[in-house]
Design a protein around this ligand. Structure first.
Ligand code: C2E
Ligand code: CA
Ligand code: CA
Length: 644
């Protein structure tokens, strides 16, 4: 037989554990969300249960103490009334962390809580019925059938919590899931022991221990916080919006995009990640709860409104819009924010988290609108359609490589550029400018680039290009591909399959790749050139790259962007830029290709300036491979006059 001090020890331990949990929760200031409040209430229930446990241990052992009978009776009431509420509370807790709770209709809420009402009623009326427990003359406590009903109700709520947990599996982080599962394990063990032997009061301590894990891993939100702003971060936004989508919960989203945040960070000397929350948090707090506000990027703040009506949103947007026109006092500076406000609804206008992030991350459309809502956000929806088209693209064979010929300045055929095209059965023909940025975001760009390289290898392997005097075929590389680990091995692996001469392939890189990491890029180029590949700098003259760094790269050809050529025809300054760009590249001893050649006059100009190669609609648009082969068979040397 166990000594009474054993149960007294358990009860005191539970009390200590719960008090510590409560203190840390309050120190951390985690008390404003519904979830936090429920957690605190559960702690109070357990604290009260621990105290009743202490009392019943002491008075149960010393039944002769004054008033022992009454105290024990009251003690039991307090215990049952509070403890019966714990499981429904826990169910509500799990529902709120997984965003399920708000999906419940009033009706459903009522039904879900029927077992709770019934068991509480049983407990309250026990003094007349003694259906739940009975305390006999010797102050010995007897369980009655009603207690089994309470256990069943508890089982019901734990099972329901478990179902909610499973249905929300994807929207709860793995460590939170683990904490909750351990909670279940602790409680099951504690309850099982007490059921088997009612003299071991193990249930409360097992719950207290389980809640400790929940406090450390679920209530603790360090992984969701954006710095010290009190707002949530990108990961939290992803999780929460995913949860809303999974449970079909409606939420109005307002995104504030600040276009000049870099300058503001420089003016104020506050780092880019903290400057916007710093300026805006006091203003936003009365408008939206801190835990419905997210800072997913340095230049944006996202607010989620869960119970808003249409007029309500209009007011909020108008208020924001008016305020954004005025300056902000921040760190002894007056700063102006150049903002665009985007208003969307999940799941009405935004149907996936990737759409939301497209809205947040991508450049805002250049239409000078300060508020984007409704149809203004069609570009996001189109993006979604493109994403679906991309993902079915390989299965349906939508991709095709087109070739656009390039010529020597004397109009003799030089080579070709491989350019991807997409023929989607729903969206029709798509151009790379539309789908490449999306593919870069969802990772499919790797497969597309590999596809193009393979197609080009096959083409070279066929021997046709060589027969027609083609020197090389240009293949575009995207930034992401080049920065991928083992990029060189990957390229070699593909090309080696076809056993072709590598000097037939000329990779085009852009300044945007170069700008990310010159040292790494330089190494990659050196290594691949050793293999035999050639390299071109694409779109030269469009970025603000470090000119000396670009020329330190061991490139074979510089491709001058079409905008420079077209600009030269439009203005005198454009002409000066083109002339001097070409002169400089020539002095650097690099070959020059000019793209976008559409007229004979342009060819004349370029001849005079001394470029090496030409590419453009004057000769041919990019065309399918068979058409390209037909074209180069027809004209090994293009006669300028015959084309006019
Ligand atoms: P880019 O590499 O600068 O390709 C040249 C673009 O200019 C092509 O557009 C071509 O059709 C167009 N162009 C050529 N000559 C003329 C001309 O005389 N007049 C006019 N108006 N346009 C001309 P396209 O094919 O739409 O490709 C757009 C961009 O998409 C490419 O720009 C390139 O950055 C990207 N891209 C295309 N194919 C691939 C690919 O296979 N992989 C990767 N990573 N990117 C690709
Ligand atoms: Ca190119
Ligand atoms: Ca180009």
């Amino acid at each position: 037989m166990l000594d009474f001090s054993f149960n007294l020890g358990l009860a005191i331990s539970s009390l200590m554990i719960c008090l510590v949990n409560l203190i840390y929760t309050l120190i951390q200031g985690r008390s404003d969300k519904a979830q936090n409040k429920v957690f605190i209430v559960m702690l109070f229930i357990l604290i009260s249960n621990s105290i009743t446990g202490i009392i019943s241990a002491v008075y149960g052992f010393y039944p002769d103490l004054a008033g022992a009978g009454d105290i024990l009776r009251i003690d039991k009431y307090v215990y049952f009334i509070t403890h019966t509420a714990l499981c429904p509370m826990f169910f509500y807790y799990i529902s709120s962390i997984s965003f399920v709770s708000t999906r419940f209709s009033k009706m459903r809420n009522a039904v879900v809580f029927i077992p709770f009402f019934v068991t509480e009623l049983l407990v309250i009326t026990n003094m007349f019925t003694h259906w739940v427990w009975n305390v006999d003359r010797n102050l010995v406590f007897h369980r009655e059938w009603g207690e089994m009903l309470i256990y069943l109700a508890a089982l019901f709520y734990y099972a329901a919590s478990f179902v909610v947990l499973i249905s929300s599996w994807k929207v709860i982080t793995s460590k939170r899931r683990l904490a909750i599962i351990f909670f279940f394990v602790f409680v099951i063990i504690g309850v099982a022991i007490q059921l088997v032997n009612k003299d071991i009061k193990s249930e409360i301590i097992s719950e207290a221990l389980g809640f400790t894990g929940v406090m450390m891993l679920v209530e603790n939100e360090d992984d969701r916080m954006a710095g010290t702003s009190g707002f949530y971060n990108r990961a939290a936004l992803t999780m929460d919006m995913n949860a809303c989508l999974v449970h079909n919960r409606h939420v109005d989203i307002v995104v504030i995009r600040v276009l000049n945040h870099e300058i503001i960070s420089r003016i104020t000397g506050v780092d880019e990640a903290s400057v916007l929350p710093g300026i805006l948090s006091d203003y936003l707090k009365p408008m939206v709860k801190r835990y419905n506000t997210y800072v997913p990027t340095n230049d944006s703040i996202v607010m989620a409104f869960y119970h808003s009506q249409h007029e309500n949103m209009d007011n909020i947007v108008r208020e924001l819009y008016n305020r954004m026109d005025k300056p902000w006092d921040y760190k002894d500076n007056k700063v102006y924010l150049d903002t665009v406000i985007m208003v969307a609804n999940i799941p009405k206008s935004i149907t996936s988290v990737s759409e939301l992030f497209y809205m947040i991350d991508k450049p805002v459309p250049a239409n000078n609108k300060k508020i984007l809502r409704g149809n203004d956000l069609d570009y996001v929806v189109k993006r979604q359609a493109i994403e679906s088209a991309l993902s079915r693209g390989f299965a349906e064979g939508s991709y095709e490589v087109y070739y656009q010929p390039t010529y020597h300045i004397d109009k003799k055929l030089h080579g070709a550029e491989a350019l991807i095209r997409m023929h989607d059965k729903e969206m029709g023909n798509l151009y790379p400018d539309e789908f490449i940025p999306v593919a870069e975001q969802n990772g499919l760009i790797d497969d597309i680039d590999d596809f193009v390289l393979e197609e080009v290898c096959k083409f070279i392997k066929s021997g046709v290009p060589k027969q027609h005097g083609i020197d090389n075929i240009n293949v575009n590389l995207s930034v992401l591909q080049v920065m991928r680990p083992k990029f060189i091995d990957h390229i070699n692996e593909i090309v080696d399959k076809y056993d072709i001469d590598k000097k037939f392939i000329n990779f085009e890189i852009t300044e945007s790749i170069a700008a990310t990491d010159y040292d790494m890029l330089s190494n990659i180029i050196i290594l691949l050139k050793k293999e035999g590949f050639l390299f071109s700098m694409d779109d030269y003259g469009t970025g603000y790259s470090n000119v000396s760094a670009v020329f330190s790269l061991n490139l074979d050809v510089i491709k001058i962007d079409k905008s420079l050529l077209w600009g030269a025809e439009k203005s005198e300054s454009g002409m000066i830029i083109l002339e001097n760009t070409i002169r400089m590249i020539r002095q650097m001893n690099k070959k020059i290709l000019v793209e976008g050649v559409e007229t004979a006059a342009q060819i004349k100009l370029l001849e005079k300036l001394g470029v090496d190669y030409l590419q453009g609609y004057f000769f041919s648009k990019p065309i399918p491979k068979d058409d390209f082969v037909a074209l180069i068979s027809r004209q090994k040397k293009v006669d300028l006059n015959s084309l006019r």
